[in-house]
Design a protein around this ligand. Structure first.
Ligand code: PHE
Length: 346
C-alpha cells in the first residue's frame, strides 16, 4: 500500500504544475480523489485489511492525503490567480500615478489672500466683513464721497434698482444700491458696530463697470485695512505697510508713499514698491495700494470724536499682489477656471 500511495503522490506532484485551467483541474482532482479516483481506491482497500493492520494503514493514508491535498490546493490557488489577472487585463503598474490623484486646492487668489491675512494677523489685525451689495451711503456718502465724485458715475459703478436689498438688510441714508466698488464700506460698518480702538482688515469682492482686459476685471478683490486708536500717525501707516510688503515681497523691497487723493483719507497716498525679485518688473516703481490717514469727516459721519481718535486706512488690490508674486501677466487667468493654470499653484 505504501508503494501505491507514493506513486499517487509523485504522480500528483509532478503533473500539478502542468494544470492550467479549471476544467483540467477538476478532471485531475477527480482522477485522484473522485469516487473512482486512485486515492479513493486505496482508501477503500483498508476495509479488506486485517484488523491489526488498519491503524497503520490509516496513518499512511492520512499522511498521503495531506500531501495530495496541499498539491491540489496550490494548483487551484495558482489557477484562480491567473483567472483574476486575466479579468484585470494588464498587470498593475504601481509606478504610474493614479489619474484621479488631484485632491483639489485653494484658488491662487485664496492662497494669497490667506497669506496677506496671516501677515496682518501677526501685526494685530482681525478680520471684518461687509456685504457685497451696499447702499450708496455706506459705499460713498459716509466715506465723504460727494454726489459729484466720478466714482459715483453710472459709467464706473454697478447700480441696482432700489428695493433689491432684503427687508432686514441694514439701510442708512438714501436707498440707492450698488455692488460695492471697494471694500472701504467695511470701514464704515465696523466703526458703526464697535468702539475704538479698532484694528481690522476686510478682504472681499468688489465690482466696477470696467471693460475686461489683461489688467482690468469688472469683478475683483481688495483687502481693506483700518486702524483707529489714539495718536495714529503717518509713521504708523508707513511701518505697518512696510512690514506687510516686506513679508510678501522679501526684505529687499523698496517702498514709497506718493501723494494722492481719496475723499476718505487726508493726507492720501498711493504706495509704490520696487523689488529686485520681480523679474522684468524689477526696474520700476509699481503702484500697489491706496492709503492715508482717516479723514476727520469720516469719523464725524460714524459718531467717533476726531479730537480724541485718529486712524489710518489702506486698500490693497488682491489680484495685483497675486500677479506680482507669481509673475502672472493677465488677470483673466484667475477667473477662466483652466486647470492648466490652476494646478501650478497646487
Ligand atoms: N478704496 C480705495 C480704492 O478702491 C483704496 C483706499 C482704501 C484708499 C483705504 C485709501 C484708504 O481705490
Amino acid at each position: 500500500m505504501q508503494a501505491q500511495l507514493e506513486a499517487i503522490i509523485s504522480e500528483t506532484e509532478s503533473a500539478a504544475p502542468g494544470i492550467q485551467t479549471r476544467p483540467e483541474f477538476d478532471a485531475f482532482k477527480a482522477k485522484i480523489s473522485g469516487p473512482n479516483g486512485s486515492l479513493t481506491q486505496v482508501m477503500k482497500s483498508i476495509g479488506k485489511l486485517p484488523k491489526e493492520e488498519k491503524p497503520a494503514a490509516g496513518k499512511l493514508i492520512n499522511a498521503a492525503k495531506q500531501r495530495i491535498d496541499a498539491a491540489l490546493a496550490a494548483t487551484l490557488a495558482r489557477i484562480e490567480e491567473n483567472e483574476l489577472a486575466a479579468k484585470l487585463g494588464d498587470p498593475i503598474d504601481a509606478s504610474l500615478s493614479s489619474p484621479d490623484d488631484f485632491a483639489g486646492m485653494a484658488h491662487p487668489l485664496s492662497q494669497v489672500r490667506e497669506e496677506i491675512c496671516r501677515v496682518f494677523h501677526r501685526l494685530g489685525f482681525t478680520i471684518a466683513e461687509g456685504p457685497e451689495l451696499e447702499s450708496e451711503w455706506f459705499c460713498f456718502d459716509a466715506l465723504n464721497t460727494p454726489e459729484s465724485h466720478p466714482a459715483r458715475d453710472m459709467q464706473d459703478t454697478l447700480f441696482l434698482p432700489a428695493g433689491t436689498l432684503s427687508k432686514d438688510a441694514p439701510k442708512k441714508g438714501n436707498e440707492a444700491y450698488v455692488m460695492r466698488s471697494h471694500t472701504s464700506s467695511v470701514q464704515i460698518r465696523t466703526m458703526l458696530a464697535r468702539k475704538p480702538p479698532i484694528r481690522i482688515i476686510a478682504p472681499g469682492r468688489c465690482f466696477r463697470r470696467d471693460t475686461v482686459d489683461a489688467t482690468h476685471s469688472a469683478n475683483f478683490h481688495q483687502i481693506e485695512g483700518l486702524w483707529v486708536d489714539k495718536n495714529v500717525t503717518l509713521k504708523d501707516l508707513k511701518s505697518v505697510l512696510d512690514s506687510f510688503v516686506r513679508e510678501i515681497f522679501g526684505t529687499s523691497v523698496e517702498t514709497r508713499l506718493r501723494p494722492s487723493f481719496f475723499p476718505f483719507t487726508e493726507p492720501s497716498f498711493e504706495m509704490d514698491i520696487k523689488s529686485p525679485n520681480l523679474g522684468r518688473l524689477s526696474d520700476r516703481w509699481l503702484e500697489i495700494m491706496g492709503c492715508g490717514l482717516v479723514d476727520p469727516k469720516v469719523f464725524e459721519n460714524v459718531g467717533i470724536d476726531a479730537n480724541e481718535w485718529s486712524g489710518l486706512a489702506f486698500g490693497v488690490g488682491l489680484e495685483r499682489i497675486a500677479m506680482l508674486v507669481h509673475g502672472i501677466d493677465d488677470i483673466r487667468h484667475f477667473y477662466a477656471n483652466d486647470l492648466r493654470f490652476l494646478r501650478q499653484f497646487a
